[in-house]
Every structure is written in C-alpha cells, then in structure tokens.
Design a protein around this ligand. Structure first.
Ligand SMILES: [Zn+2]
Length: 147
C-alpha cells in the first residue's frame, strides 16, 4: 500500500506553486501543504499569495521521504502489519545471509506474530548485536557451521 507519499518528481523545478496549486497537484488538503511549510518547506518571502519554488518543493518531498524510511528507533524493526516500528519478541532476531555482504534480520512482532524484517549489510552485524540478540540460521544447515 502506498503510504501517502507524494512523488517529488511531480513538482516541476522551473516553476513556482501556490499552496492551492500544490494541494491540487498532490490531491491533498491545503492545510497539509501549510503543515509542510511549518515543517520546513521553504517559501518565497514577502509574496502574496505564498509561492513555493518547484525546486524547493521537490527537495522537501525527497527529504520527507528519506525521513519516513528511517523512522525506526534503535532496537526496533518496522512491522508492515502494524505499520509501526516494533521491538521483536524477546529482542531476538534471526540473521539470514543472502549474499556474502547482505542479509536479512527476521524477528517476530509482539502484536500477533507478524514477521518483521530488515535488510542489512553484514558489516553492520556488530552494531546490530548491540540492539538485538542475533541468532544465525542453523536449522537448515545442520551443525556444520557450529564453529
Ligand atoms: Zn505487527
């Protein structure tokens, strides 16, 4: 499901927009645009009606999108089911390698057993160990990797 994320590329860099035009462009309420201005969307000063440069709008939406992606505080993983960052049950996650450098952390959401997962670089495993109790997948590999 698309999470009310506005496509930054809809904003044309070389034009400017009024609050109303942005509301129409993204099919949102004018108050939402005003809250973006409060959140740091830059406007052209001293002009009426308020004008926002397309370039500023685009940059703001890109920043906003990045922010949305990394809202999980340490020790949590985003649960797609709950739409919230959640602490895995018992703080235990399973590290499942995908390639030599990349893997997936899998945990269980405390809500009602959703699976929660996060892709990470294997280089970050040490840091991850501070946040979670990481177990490595051995069930399918027998005891060969028990060193
Ligand atoms: Zn959940």
């Amino acid at each position: 499901m698309a999470k009310h994320l506005q496509n930054p590329r809809l904003a044309k860099i070389h034009r400017s927009y009024t609050v109303e035009e942005i509301a129409i462009l993204y099919n949102i309420h004018k108050n939402t645009v005003r809250s973006w201005i409060k959140d740091g969307l830059l406007t052209c000063d001293n002009k009426r009606p308020t004008l926002i440069l397309g370039r500023q709008l685009r940059e703001f939406l890109i920043r906003k999108r990045k922010k949305n992606k990394s809202t999980c505080p340490p020790g949590t993983i985003y649960c797609v089911g709950c739409k919230l960052p959640q602490k895995p049950v018992d703080n235990i996650v399973l590290y499942q390698p995908i390639t030599d450098t990349k893997g997936m952390l899998i945990g269980t959401c405390p809500c009602d057993g959703h699976r929660i997962y996060r892709f990470i670089s294997s280089l970050k495993l040490k840091q991850i160990n501070l946040e979670f109790i990481v177990t490595k997948k051995t069930a399918d590999e027998g005891l060969n990797n028990s060193c």
